[in-house]
Design a binder for this molecule. Structure first.
Ligand SMILES: Cc1cc2nc3c(=O)[nH]c(=O)nc-3n(C[C@H](O)[C@H](O)[C@H](O)COP(=O)(O)O)c2cc1C
Length: 170
């Protein structure tokens, strides 16, 4: 599959089959995330993979009751590590690069899931403290990625115009 075909295939999936995701596929998704670029190659983030139902429910509650979080058999939690990036890049590392590192890794993971025939949805609406507590993380949670076999086939929501510009010199 070309990269463009994969980007076209990836859609947010919020309904999942009651079917476990084999560990081999989880490992492949994590390997894709590991290969993502990061500022200074510091990989200033951690990924917590959650399968335990109780923890998934705690994450769903922390995400203001978003059922896709507890319904998915696997939830990956992408946690930025601001001090790791700050050690080299100061405030810019803490506030921006560590969050970008975690975000890029999550984007790679979501694309890898689609490549494997799995569905996933980026979940960004959550209480950061509650998510950190649920997975015992010391960093800043940036994104949750519920993953499972898709139980829906949504289309792409339309993209807006006015995003891409060419430089004009006059
Ligand atoms: C930063 C960010 C935060 C998001 N937060 C949520 C969320 O909390 N819950 C949810 O169901 N989808 C969430 N999404 C998914 C978007 O709604 C989705 O990507 C968008 O509607 C485009 O649809 P598509 O992914 O199918 O192309 C989020 C996506 C991003 C990138």
């Amino acid at each position: 599959m070309s990269f463009l075909a994969l980007a076209q295939k990836r859609k947010s999936i919020r309904r999942f089959l009651d079917k476990p995701v084999p560990q081999k596929l989880v490992d492949t998704i994590l390997e894709a995330a590991r290969l993502a670029p990061s500022a200074g190659n510091l990989q200033a983030y951690e990924v917590v993979t959650v399968k335990n139902e109780e923890t998934r429910k705690a994450l769903a509650a922390a995400s203001f009751g978003q059922a896709q979080v507890s319904d998915a058999p696997v939830v990956m939690v992408f946690v930025a590590d601001p001090p790791r990036s700050a050690a080299k890049y100061g405030d810019r590392g803490a506030e921006l690069y560590s969050v970008q590192d975690a975000s890029i890794a999550c984007a790679y993971a979501q694309l890898a899931a689609a490549d494997l025939g799995l569905g996933a949805v980026w979940v960004g609406a959550f209480d950061e403290d509650a998510v950190a507590k649920a997975v015992n993380a010391s960093g800043r949670p940036v994104a949750l990625l519920p993953i499972g076999y898709p139980a829906e086939k949504p289309g792409h929501p339309p993209r807006r115009d006015g995003v891409f510009f060419e430089e004009t010199l006059d």
